[in-house]
Design a protein around this ligand. Sequence first.
Ligand SMILES: C[S@@+](CC[C@H](N)C(=O)[O-])C[C@H]1O[C@@H](n2cnc3c(N)ncnc32)[C@H](O)[C@@H]1O
Length: 226
Amino acid sequence: MTTPKTGSLSIAGQDESGPRSQFGNPRGWLGRLALMSMAWKNGRYNGAARDALDLQAGDTVLEIGCGPGVSLRKVARLIGPGGFVSGVDYSSAAVRMARHKLHWMIHRGRAQVLRASAETLPFETGQFDKAYAVNSFQFWPKPQEALVELARVLKPGGRLVIVQRSAGPDTTSDFAGAQGGWDRVERAVEAARQAGFTVVDVTQEPAGKLVAAIAIFETPACVVEG
Ligand SMILES: C[S@@+](CC[C@H](N)C(=O)[O-])C[C@H]1O[C@@H](n2cnc3c(N)ncnc32)[C@H](O)[C@@H]1O
């Protein structure tokens, strides 16, 4: 295995190289290029996430690792003027691009994009109806802490969707680490269970030559006071 050089436009196929790659943490002009390619290539995975979220008018929705902000803008349109979307990303290049993409929604008080990391979310407890992450989970430095944070900021009965690009059973392609996609989903399922989520479904949808591997979770419907 070759280790990508710092600053190279590598596709993050290996989890350990992820946070250093331009897809795991976009930086500078190469990062902007990576963000543009995400906007172009990740549509099917984000579409699968939006379907799994079962979005309703007026929902409050959080995206972790919102990248270029294309999907977040679509979510804002789907939930309408009574809803609110928050996007977080730890890359300042991603935050800038997503803010630009959502400029109109932010101006009308329907959206915000914040620079933050998944494991320390700058939100109140029980603030969101739904949360999702697409092709981002594999880069989280502390996935277990992040899932505990997500359980905190979701309302009781709130839904979390994690989508990973993955190879289907008949696919030999390892594009962007697709052969490891199901392992990532399994890791997410294990960590989510430990964080107190219920697993609603683990499924897949065709996404070109690859599949979108989709894990759907919910927080317990009510919190029992001890
Ligand atoms: C491959 S991109 C995917 C972007 C977008 N979700 C999409 O589907 O196009 C992964 C994004 O997750 C962000 N990211 C990775 N780990 C993160 C973390 N722990 N907290 C916040 N953002 C993170 C990266 O900065 C990057 O913008």
